[in-house]
Design a protein around this ligand. Structure first.
Ligand SMILES: Cc1ncc(COP(=O)(O)O)c(C=O)c1O
Length: 395
């Protein structure tokens, strides 16, 4: 079909670079630190199989039927209990929507809020797929500079005043890709700006439960007394991404619009998947499972960082991720990690070049995922990547 026949909306929206990279990283012998995948070793295969059988046999007539768009009632009840008692998120019957992963929450919020040309402020770097979604809704993206503590608040205020955004999008805890967490004081200042200027912030938090060291920081949602935050949570990284179950909590009228938008998108999130998550809560499996996942990932993070110290040249710099799935590496400005990618692929190791996480395509960064590789793959892969880096950085 000729390009001109496609919608204006989709013109210029590129495919997700990571999804495209995944095909390279599946070549035989390739060690991949590219995907953002949880480790499949953490999936409770036997337990989920047993739960799935049990819920279908016990309640099949109901859960195999169409269900309500707002979500499977027993899961909503469990979620309200969990969010209020353990996450300090005031979820109610009215401000909660079950969604098909946090990703759908970004899409539905954009569908509800954005007209072509509306401004969205994003972090720098930012979650690639969110950039893709906002572009699909023909938003004008502007970047708020970030430092090692995330969004720089003065800059945020300046841009809010200047650009009058409809949405500020942030992953404030263990950000993808930088792993940065915005500290408490900065979160409080951000809340003041939301109140002062009446701006909606999307707090996208799929990694928040995965902390391996350091202290928890309250959610922006919980600190924001002006009800200007849409909170997105997900079971993808703590049970399984294949279930596609997440949730949105936010201003009631926005949740309502998102619910209406969801009717057109997918009618409802799979009831069987919701019933499985619900049973996880009912059997008190979620908290012990999260502890188990954290233990596995902490070991992986520590080993990954140890190997990086051993093999990476001094000119490469990286952060210490207190949680989440990623290490973000910064090279001196003159280097392009797309060039490094070509060398690395020939050495049979893959990562994500950083440019796609930046609106301005900054080129000297790369994202490494530490949750999915085995220890043996880390041994070999990081050594190979260290070699490619040394070749490029002349050391
Ligand atoms: C920041 C961020 N938001 C959303 C998602 C999508 O998560 P889900 O599987 O819940 O849709 C991801 C997945 O990697 C992510 O990193």
């Amino acid at each position: 079909m000729e390009e001109t026949r496609f919608s204006r909306r989709m013109q210029g929206v590129k495919g997700n670079a990571i999804r495209e990279l995944l095909s390279v990283s599946q070549q035989p012998g390739m060690i991949s630190f590219a995907g953002g995948l949880p480790s499949s070793e953490t999936f409770d295969v036997e337990v989920i199989a047993e739960i799935a059988k049990e819920v279908v046999l016990a309640d099949g007539k109901k859960i195999l039927q169409y269900g309500s768009t707002e979500g499977y009632e027993p899961l909503r009840e469990e979620l309200i209990k969990y969010l209020n008692s353990q996450q300090d998120i005031k979820a109610t019957e009215d401000n909660l929507l079950v969604i098909s992963g946090a990703q759908q929450g970004i899409d539905l919020a954009a569908k509800a809020m954005l007209d072509p040309g509306d401004v969205v402020l994003v972090e720098s770097p930012s979650y690639l797929a969110a950039l893709q979604i906002f572009k699909t809704y023909e938003a004008e993206l502007h970047v708020v500079s970030s430092d090692k503590n995330g969004i720089i608040v003065n800059e945020l205020e300046k841009l809010i005043k200047e650009k009058k955004p409809k949405i500020v999008y942030s992953v404030p805890t263990f950000q993808n890709p930088s792993s940065v967490t915005i500290p408490l004081e900065r979160r409080k200042k951000i809340c003041k700006l939301l109140e002062k200027y009446d701006v909606l912030l999307i707090e996208d938090n799929p990694y928040g439960e995965l902390r391996y060291s350091g202290e928890d920081v309250p959610h922006i949602f919980s600190l924001d007394k002006s009800n200007q935050t849409l909170y997105l949570g997900s079971f993808s990284k703590i049970i399984s991404p294949g279930l596609r179950v997440g949730y949105a909590v936010g201003p009631v009228n926005l949740i309502n619009k998102m619910r209406i938008g969801k009717q057109g998108t997918d009618v409802q999130t799979s009831t069987i998947a919701q019933a499985i998550v619900c049973e996880y809560f009912k059997r008190d499996l979620l908290n012990p499972h999260i502890e188990d996942v954290k233990k596995q990932y902490k070991e992986k993070r520590d080993y990954f960082l140890l190997k990086m110290e051993e093999h990476f040249p001094d000119k490469a710099r990286w952060n210490y991720p207190e949680g989440g799935l990623f290490v973000w590496v910064v090279l001196p400005e003159e280097y392009d990690t797309q060039d490094l990618f070509k060398v690395a692929i020939s050495e049979k190791v893959a990562f994500v070049p950083g440019a796609s996480f930046f609106v301005n395509e900054q080129k000297n960064c790369l994202r490494l995922n530490f949750s999915n590789a085995s220890f043996e793959q880390m041994d070999q892969g990081i050594e190979r990547l260290g070699k490619a880096l040394c070749e490029m950085l002349d050391c």
